[in-house]
Ligand binder design. Structure first.
Ligand code: SAM
Ligand code: SF4
Length: 355
């Protein structure tokens, strides 16, 4: 039986079935055919968002997910427990859509943190409304946070996100720092429209003690406007930043970290560059993803999904769910394939996967 969720066909699994092995080794972790092991879980919890960033969402927002199709806080906690206890996951990150759009976010964090047995619990957010909830989120077990901010120019921000909400983002950043969620990381997607503001954004980040990372835009915008010839790549960004700062000694925090960190003006400030398109880090990828509807997606660019929600609601044991998750990871593709002439965009856009 198949079902349609945000345009993506997902295969429902019969809980009585044992997942196929296809040469998969009998190990506990989430290993794939290319020698990688997933230890980092991204959990999308909603398709809703308070912004409409042009590189991500359509103007009207994503088609709503029916309430019954969303994973509940209890189900998320159960899957996080399976991921950590049975599959060796060490880092859990909530994303979306915008995680702060879920009224039960505190309960999601609390249940996940109880199940996570010491694994880190973090969130990627646009920070709108964060100032009012950050205390409760930290008390529930949130340990780290990444905030997305592409420009510190209010007009640019309003154009790029189709919402005039920059002051709310600043309030969220201030509150996150006051709540001890430091070092705070800021993610900025590179767009031609905001490239001029990249120097200002880095200056602002250094002055405010936050760690900025620029990300190359990927072909995951719902509007399908991305074009390789028009995207800003890491080399162009480094030229622009190099006109104002001296950037030296690029390093990676660890081999699976997507960000190359450059020292700014002799340090201690740094700036990260995530060259997802031009310097792919797929060979070292250690991610597995859960969509808001409870399917496992092994790669941002792989439309093959495994429906864990259906298994859970059909009465499957933790052991069987873990085994389906392992089978999904074994099928993970080698890389995004953007460099190939026959590259096809995935059916889901970024906001429907969880970045
Ligand atoms: N709403 C939250 C936020 O913006 O941080 C979480 C979800 S958002 C999809 C997660 C991350 O994906 C953000 O840092 C965003 O900038 C990034 N993103 C969205 N669309 C992208 C694209 N087409 N290419 C690269 N990164 C993208
Ligand atoms: Fe919303 Fe985040 Fe996508 Fe922007 S990047 S539209 S804030 S989900």
């Amino acid at each position: 039986m198949t079902s349609l969720a945000l345009g993506v066909p997902t295969i429902r699994r019969d809980p009585a079935q044992i997942p196929p092995t296809h040469g998969r080794p009998d190990v506990a972790g989430l290993v794939d055919r290319f020698g990688r092991e997933a230890r980092d879980l991204r959990v999308s919890i909603t398709e809703k968002c308070s912004l409409r960033c042009t590189y991500c969402m359509p103007e009207a927002g994503l088609p709503p997910i029916a309430r019954d199709d969303l994973l509940t806080a209890t189900e998320i906690g159960r899957l996080v427990g399976i991921a950590v206890r049975d599959l060796g996951v060490r880092d859990i990150r909530f994303t979306g859509g915008e995680p702060l759009m879920r009224n039960d976010l505190v309960e999601i964090i609390r249940r996940s943190s109880e199940a996570a047995d010491g694994a880190s619990i973090s969130m990627t957010t646009n920070a709108i409304g964060l100032d009012k909830r950050v205390g409760a989120l930290v008390a529930a077990g949130l340990t780290r946070i990444n905030i997305s901010l592409d420009t510190v120019d209010r007009d640019h921000f309003a154009r790029l996100t189709r919402r005039d909400r920059l002051p709310s983002v600043f309030a969220g950043i201030t509150a996150a720092k006051a709540a001890g969620l430091t070092p705070l990381k800021i993610n900025a997607v590179l767009m031609r429209d905001t490239l001029d503001g990249a120097v200002d954004l880095l200056e602002w980040s250094i002055a405010n003690g936050v760690r900025l990372r620029f990300i190359e835009q990927m072909p995951l915008d719902a509007d399908e406007a991305w074009a390789r010839d028009n995207m800003i790549d890491a080399a162009e960004l480094l030229d622009v930043l190099g006109s104002r700062f001296t950037l030296t000694s690029p390093t990676r925090e660890d081999p699976s970290s997507p960000a190359e960190e450059w020292i700014v003006d002799g340090g201690p400030a740094t700036v990260g560059v995530i060259a997802s398109v031009t310097r792919s880090f797929c060979a070292a990828c250690d991610r597995t993803r859960l969509t808001a509807e409870g399917t496992v997606r092994s790669c941002l660019f792989g439309d093959d999904e495994t429906d864990l929600r259906g298994l859970m609601r059909g009465g499957a044991s933790d052991e069987l769910i873990a085994d389906w998750w392992r089978a999904a990871m074994w099928g993970k593709q080698a890389g995004h394939g953007m460099e190939r002439a026959d590259f096809v965009r995935p059916l889901r856009s970024m906001g429907a996967i969880g970045g």
